[in-house]
Design a protein around this ligand. Sequence first.
Ligand SMILES: [Zn+2]
Length: 298
Amino acid sequence: MLLLHDPRCADYGSSMRPEQPARVTRSVAHLREAHPDWTWRIPAESAASDAALLLAHTPEHLKRLAQARDFDADTPYFDGIGTHARRAVAAAIEAATHALDKKSPVFSLMRPPGHHATATQAMGFCYLNQIAIAALYAQKQLGAARVAVWDFDAHHGNGTEAILHAHASSPHLFFASVHQHPGYPGTGTHDLGLRTRNWPVPPHTPRPDHMAALRESLDAVVAFAPDLILVSAGFDAYARDPITSMTLEREDFATLGRWLADARTQRGIPAAAVLEGGYHEDLPLLIDAFLSAWNNPA
Ligand SMILES: [Zn+2]
């Protein structure tokens, strides 16, 4: 297991907000202790060039990230936020590169998250959409003809959907999201065609039903026969997450990891995952369950 992490991603923000530095610092401490054999690497920032960012975002959006005004109530301006978001992009690109080269599990343990950011707008704790950028970059620069994004964060990946769907003339991109609805940001109620798929799940849905939706969504991803699966790995569908109303338990995240291992061993499809949400103090244990099962399936 390769973990891509830059400690500077904890250098901004506030413990008063759900999306706070301790999410990653505590996860790093736990994973280093629990898995001394896993490899850690600081991603090279150079991968997140303007050209890469412009695959998914407008030039105006890149300029806006440098302007010291809040984006919305959830998404404040922080000093250097453009640089922090760029590092998360670099990590996602490096994760995609590693997955394609080595066909082995890789996780980007960075913040800020990205899947709500649209081409033109920071929102929902997200500033740049690293998973969408990595998907487009993998196609254009890494030789991956077919790329799928699987988003199991409890919130709809509206930004990823919008960015990838804008490239819908390409039959070689696939997006699947399973998320709480009603819930933030309120999108993702229906499919936008055959390759932009949504599984809205009502609050308090029983675990087996939520897991059935997740299984169906990954089956759709695998049926698309991608060369690469990029995973928006959010852990806020956890039963005790403070900002959602879902019911998944730690072993369910292990199941998701085992399914990715199956996609690799049975179908030969590599995957790279990036951290999105997850706001309960158990986040390190949830990430551990997911990665351990993915890395070393039972
Ligand atoms: Zn979320």
